[in-house]
Ligand binder design. Structure first.
Ligand code: ADP
Length: 796
């Protein structure tokens, strides 16, 4: 049977039994049958053929059709995908990264021979998707990843913590801060000369050891598994942006596969801009070797994306106006019956529990297609954890004849191990799996076994108000496109059912698609990302959607206040250091201030930032009145009059000085989220080791067991708050004569959120790290400060 090569997609009717691809499958033969049934299988020759001629392909196919796992395997053996040694001209830069000019005003260059290509990167919006996909593809390739747990770092003990990692080198400060850098450098060395190399003149040196080496790897924040010889590398979008700092031409790669582009995260939009520049710009930095880009989407609304990569409206040099290749994969989906609520439900939580148990008690546990598990879409961690408790409690009351249930939460802030658990099949035959997920499970990961979907119809989204200069996270109705994706999850493995906890009428009023994140978020981080990668004129940078000019201006002002940009809007030394930290810019600024002798409170700042960035608030909401009293008594002991930040510090310090065996009780009494506390400890460890590595800390801090708990003095608390003000001077408010708090920047009224220990307290001024806009303009994570400190912080 001829391989499908026609231009008309609908002509691909060949079934997988008849289809003989031009290149047979390789890897683990036991997985061939499954791979052959994937819709993508039939398109492999077509995809290879397109990419042998073109540089950009937009590929649309339903979730589960095999895009993320198969496409890189189709491509890595292509001739264009081999590593080459080429001569390139590199611009010479000074230690601040500025070009050095020759007489006559031309940039000074030097010629060098470098390796280009050899690796395919596949970007993912989420860490869990990158690591699970790498695991799956490594297995399919017959080179399973070693997941025996070296703490998830590097390979063979190398990596940031490995013995043979070099310490920071002198010279460019900015480059010393990145924990990931060492790994990439190590990789460069190992993936180097013994690779298959094609000299620029075409002579091939075949590598005989290929089979023995790992083919697949991944690289996500704090976790890298890139074995020597890696050709297929799953990375988060953020990681690839980080790599662009050191390698603006992405020389390591032959192709970048941008997966899940329909999610339109800020990172993927930025990445698309950089890729467009590489693809359409001159290729001198890559020795003339093109970078192939495959853009993949689970939804067919890709007009904007196609146009962006096709037209050449924003870049004058390079290819012009040519249409990119486009391929839509015919999906394979079982029918899904959609059941709406007859009338609006007053309480989502209650409706969820009722629906889950209706399914569990009335629907079979399995059928000829396999297990029939339940996937519920909820808004966030708090809702998921509350639902988990209720489901588990209710399940206890069921008749022993009814099958058991096992609940798995799945949200981004969950530890990787816990996220992976949700993907494992349950061995026990008499148990049904119930996965409670955020929109993480919408398209980016495939939870096997799901045949029932329960959709609450909402998702937490960021909302930025340029006029207030503030961002908040709110649960909002999802788009039609999301609702349809969620429904689709029930029909992957057999016919399914989707229970929508909203009416058919509500569905009809939903917006068609979601607004891209870049239009509804604070673009501070995005702009710093661009500036650090040499984009001076951010308004000229190619973006699929442009944020409002007001949002860009606010961000530029804010970055200037943070000291990341100078008066001309150029990135400063401080700005370069800030982008190297795995936290947002204001927090990075706080860490840098805290390391300064003037404030000298780095360990304290790390403790606080770890608690805050570990997920939802570590202090859970207390619902029942009875609990509240006793919890309040315990919590009062932790609270400090300086406000929430010093309370977090106190909590972390008390927690780590509590013997391990008593920590669970410690958390329970105070209704502290154990999971988040564990995550906070993890972040704390990472930030501490990063601080030692970058010499922000002279010596490694002593182990917690050797430290006796001592509450911080008011003087230290003042230094800590002043260090935080260096990052958050824009988030301050002063008490007005009418007893309301008025923000120092913008002069808006804010109220202190009831979740804050400062609720109802009046002080001359406050600093708040977060903000929500519900009925009122609320400040969260609030501390008491002096009005004079604000001016002091702004003047620095
Ligand atoms: P897409 O990118 O189009 O959503 P994927 O390539 O991610 O599709 O998945 C294709 C199929 O591979 C899935 O339907 C599933 O059967 C299988 N698969 C993917 N990831 C895993 C995994 N971690 N474990 C087991 N099977 C998986």
């Amino acid at each position: 049977t001829p391989a499908p090569t026609s231009k008309n997609d609908s002509s691909i009717t060949t079934n997988s039994k008849e289809f003989k691809p031009s290149r047979p499958l390789t890897g683990d033969p036991s997985l061939f049958p499954t791979r052959r049934t994937l819709p993508l299988y039939l398109y492999q020759d077509r995809i290879r053929s397109i990419l042998s001629k073109k540089d950009v392909l937009v590929l649309v196919g339903e979730t589960g059709s095999g895009k993320s796992t198969q496409v890189p395997q189709f491509l890595y053996q292509e001739r264009w995908c081999q590593r080459r040694r080429v001569k390139v001209k590199t611009k010479v830069v000074d230690k601040d990264g500025n070009e050095i000019m020759e007489e006559g005003g031309k940039p000074k260059t030097r010629e060098e021979t470098v390796n280009v290509g050899g690796v395919i990167a596949i970007t993912q919006p989420r860490r869990v998707a990158a690591t699970t996909l790498a695991g799956r593809v490594a297995k399919e390739c017959g080179t399973p990843l070693d997941t025996s747990g070296n703490g998830g770092r590097g390979y063979k003990g190398r990596g940031p913590k490995g013995k043979d990692v070099k310490g920071p080198k002198g010279g460019k400060d900015g480059e010393e801060w990145d924990e990931e850098k060492d790994v990439v450098e190590e990789m460069g060395k190992n993936g180097g000369d013994d690779e298959e190399v094609i000299e620029a003149n075409g002579n091939e040196k075949k590598d005989k050891k290929e089979q023995e080496k790992g083919l697949v790897g991944y690289s996500v924040r704090f976790d890298h598994r890139v074995p020597p010889g890696t050709k297929i590398k799953y990375v988060t979008e953020g990681m690839l942006l980080q790599e662009l700092l050191r390698d603006p031409h992405l020389r390591q790669y032959s192709a970048i596969i941008v997966d899940e582009i329909h999610e339109r995260s800020v990172d993927v939009d930025l990445l698309s801009g950089f890729l467009k520049q590489i693809v359409t710009g001159d290729k001198a930095g890559r020795g003339g070797i093109p970078l192939k880009v495959v853009v993949m989407s689970a939804t067919a609304q890709v007009e904007r994306i196609k146009k962006f990569f096709s037209s050449d409206d924003s870049l004058k040099n390079g290819t012009s106006g040519e249409e990119v290749e486009y391929l839509q994969i015919e999906g394979r989906q079982f029918p899904v019956e959609v059941i709406h609520e007859p009338k609006p439900v007053p309480d989502i939580q209650e409706a969820l529990i009722k629906t889950v148990f209706k399914i569990h008690t009335q629907e079979p546990l399995s059928d000829k297609h396999g297990k029939k598990d339940i996937l519920c879409f909820l808004t966030g961690q708090e809702e998921i954890e509350a639902a988990q408790r209720l489901i588990e409690e209710f399940a206890e009351t069921l008749d022993p004849k009814v099958p058991k249930v096992k609940v798995f939460p799945l949200f981004g802030q969950l530890s990787m191990e816990a996220q992976h658990e949700a993907f494992q099949p349950i061995k026990h035959p008499f148990t049904r799996k119930i996965v409670l997920a955020t929109n993480i499970a919408e398209t980016s990961v495939t939870v096997p076994g799901v045949r029932y979907v329960v959709d609450c119809g909402k998702a937490k989204v960021k909302q930025y108000r340029p006029r207030l200069g503030m961002e908040s996270l709110l649960a909002k109705p999802i788009s039609k496109s999301s609702a349809i994706q969620r429904t689709g999850r029930a029909g992957r493995e057999g016919p399914g059912k989707c229970f929508r906890l909203y009416t058919a009428e509500t569905f009809s009023t939903l917006q068609k698609t979601d607004l891209p994140e870049i239009l509804r978020t604070d673009v501070l981080g995005a702009i710093l990302t661009m500036k650090a990668r040499g984009i001076d004129d951010v308004l000229a940078f190619p973006l699929m959607d442009r944020p409002e000019i007001e949002a860009v201006e606010n961000a530029l002002v804010h970055l200037h206040v943070l000291g990341a940009l100078d008066d001309e809007g150029r990135i400063t030394e401080m700005g370069r250091k800030m982008v190297m930290f795995p936290v947002t810019a204001p927090y990075a600024r706080v860490l840098l201030a805290a390391a300064d002798q003037k404030y000298d409170c780095l360990l304290e700042a790390i403790d606080i930032i770890s608690c805050i960035t570990a997920g939802d608030d570590i202090f859970m909401q207390v619902r029942s009145e009875e609990d509240k009293e006793s919890v309040d008594v315990y919590r009062k002991e932790l609270q400090r009059r300086e406000g929430d930040l010093i309370t977090y510090l106190n909590t972390m310090q008390r927690f780590v000085s509590t013997p391990s065996s008593d920590r669970a009780t410690f958390c329970k009494q105070r209704r502290i989220n154990v999971r988040n506390m564990r995550q906070a400890l993890n972040i704390r460890k990472q930030l501490r080791s990063l601080s030692v590595k970058t010499k922000m800390l002279e010596d490694a801090p002593p182990p917690d067991s050797e430290v006796t708990y001592q509450p911080v003095s008011p003087e230290t608390a003042e230094r800590i708050l002043k260090a935080f003000l260096r990052g958050f001077a824009m988030k301050t408010a002063v008490l007005a004569p009418d007893s309301s708090y008025v923000t120092a920047h913008g002069k808006h009224v804010v109220a202190i959120h009831p979740s804050s220990s400062m609720h109802g307290v009046k002080r001359e001024a406050i600093m708040f790290l977060e903000h929500v806009y519900t009925q009122k303009n609320y400040a969260k994570k609030v501390s008491a400060i002096q009005a004079g400190w604000i001016a002091e912080a702004l003047a620095c």
